[in-house]
Design a protein around this ligand. Structure first.
Ligand code: SAM
Length: 177
């Protein structure tokens, strides 16, 4: 399954750190890239630095017309999963999502999302039905989707980076590639 993220409602002053974490989490757990509905160029810059250093091909693309991006994605046969605590609980929808979505856009909000998104989405999905965080919701969703496809998000491969961690029981080891 090919997965991209759509980040809505990013506020430049307030959300920089958490939007960066959304992108880093998406990258680490196997998504292809993130569309960012904002003209904030700082997120893309810091993520491309991370990608150069740590490998892989994850991208951030600034967009201005999120509704057109969703419509185009759906016209091309893609499906849309909107993460919201008001949605169907994730475990109840996983089998249907995995069996019908070859290309999946996962929408995560920052501030209150525009109400149309509930209609445009193929699935409004809660990761549990309590408020928490877009980073937590995204991480659990990516992990559950991978597991349902017999894959492990924590074993995502990254090639072409400058450095690589050598996992260790104690201490830190990083090697140059
Ligand atoms: N105050 C905002 C509102 O009223 O819509 C929600 C802010 S919340 C911290 C930001 C995003 O986190 C939401 O748009 C949603 O994507 C995600 N989120 C938070 N809790 C969630 C949950 N239990 N399940 C799925 N997504 C969740």
């Amino acid at each position: 399954m090919r997965i991209i993220i759509l980040r809505l409602g990013h506020r430049i002053q307030r959300d920089q750190r958490i939007t960066t974490h959304v992108a880093l989490t998406a990258r680490a757990l196997g998504a292809e890239g993130m569309l960012l509905d904002s003209d904030d160029s700082g997120i893309g810059k810091s993520i491309s630095e991370a990608t150069a250093r740590w490998g892989g091909t994850f991208y951030v693309k600034n967009i201005t017309k999120w509704k057109s991006e969703i419509k185009k994605w759906k016209e091309d046969g893609g499906k849309v999963l909107h993460l919201t605590m008001y949605g169907i609980n994730l475990p109840d929808a996983i089998p249907e999502i995995v069996s019908t979505a070859a290309n999946l856009m996962i929408v995560v909000g920052a501030e209150k999302v525009p109400p149309e998104i509930y209609e445009l989405a193929d699935w409004n999905i809660g990761v549990g039905n309590q408020p928490h965080s877009e980073v937590a919701a995204l991480a659990i969703t990516l992990d559950r989707l991978m597991v349902a496809q017999g894959k492990d998000a924590l074993r995502t491969q990254f090639s072409g980076g400058e450095i690589e961690i050598v996992p260790k029981r104690a201490g830190k080891e990083v090697k140059s590639r």
